[in-house]
Design a binder for this molecule. Structure first.
Ligand SMILES: C[S@@+](CC[C@H](N)C(=O)[O-])C[C@H]1O[C@@H](n2cnc3c(N)ncnc32)[C@H](O)[C@@H]1O
Length: 228
């Protein structure tokens, strides 16, 4: 099984086999419709292959899609081709996101399942890393701008819980120190078969997760942290 970062550098197609099966009842899509206003200028960190971007791109005035992986952004470019005139791409590390301010200001900074990785990169420094990420986002915002962070609250679990202590520390810091509000979304995966559910989740999450999957529909919990 490849590491997460190996997947992001080399396996964007396989990554999409997973995320394109997520949110089978459209809760995240509905949330994004309600959150991103028509004509807003959006900065998205950790865009990956653009599956979150695709949920709101038609309404945005412009989107700057950033990611550390040029490989993932290349796939995002083809997914988002229909909106090509309003979308730009930049290879940029999350911790250097303040550098995107030169293309701003932005009404909204969005990230999905990416800042959690950055927090995990600095074990024992969860608070400092969270503060640095929030500060980088704020540096890019127009007055009155908003932040939206989407992160996991568990895969194949019966309820929404931060799946690792570093994520729990990250989420608590967002809420307790920075005033973010948490909304819980149910974003289950639906695969064509149990075998496919096991194959695809196993590639991304590992053999132990694959062995724990018991149905073609796999529970997934997502937290949406917002700061107005
Ligand atoms: C789980 S994927 C999420 C992608 C996309 N937002 C989505 O929801 O499908 C994590 C993404 O974060 C990117 N990433 C991880 N660490 C990063 C960092 N330090 N700076 C920028 N991007 C990073 C990876 O390259 C990958 O595209």
């Amino acid at each position: 099984m490849p590491s997460m970062y190996d997947i992001y550098e080399n396996h964007a197609v396989e990554y999409d086999e997973l995320v394109d099966r997520e949110d089978c009842r459209g809760e995240l899509a509905a949330f994004m419709r309600g959150f991103v206003g028509r004509g807003e200028r959006v900065l998205e960190a950790g865009t990956g292959t653009g599956r979150v971007t695709a949920l709101y791109a038609a309404r945005a005035a412009s989107v700057l899609c950033c990611d550390r992986s040029a490989h993932m952004l290349e796939r995002a470019r083809s997914r988002l081709a229909a909106h090509g005139d309003r979308i730009a791409f930049r290879v940029l590390d999350n911790l250097a996101l303040a550098g995107a301010a030169d293309s701003g200001p932005f009404d909204l900074v969005v990230e999905g399942w990416s800042f959690g990785h950055t927090v995990s990169d600095f074990p024992g420094r969860e608070d400092e890393t969270t503060d640095a990420l929030v500060a980088a986002c704020r540096a890019c915002l127009a007055p009155g701008g908003r932040l939206l962070f989407l992160e996991t609250l568990g895969t194949n679990t019966s309820g929404p819980v931060a799946p690792a202590p570093f994520l729990d520390a990250f989420y608590r810091r967002l809420e307790d120190e920075h005033g973010f509000r948490r909304t819980v979304l149910r974003t289950d995966y639906r695969f064509p078969s149990l075998a496919e559910a096991r194959r695809v989740t196993g590639f991304f999450f590992g053999d132990r997760m694959a062995a724990s999957i018991e149905a073609a529909e796999v529970p997934e919990w997502t937290g949406a942290w917002t700061l107005a």
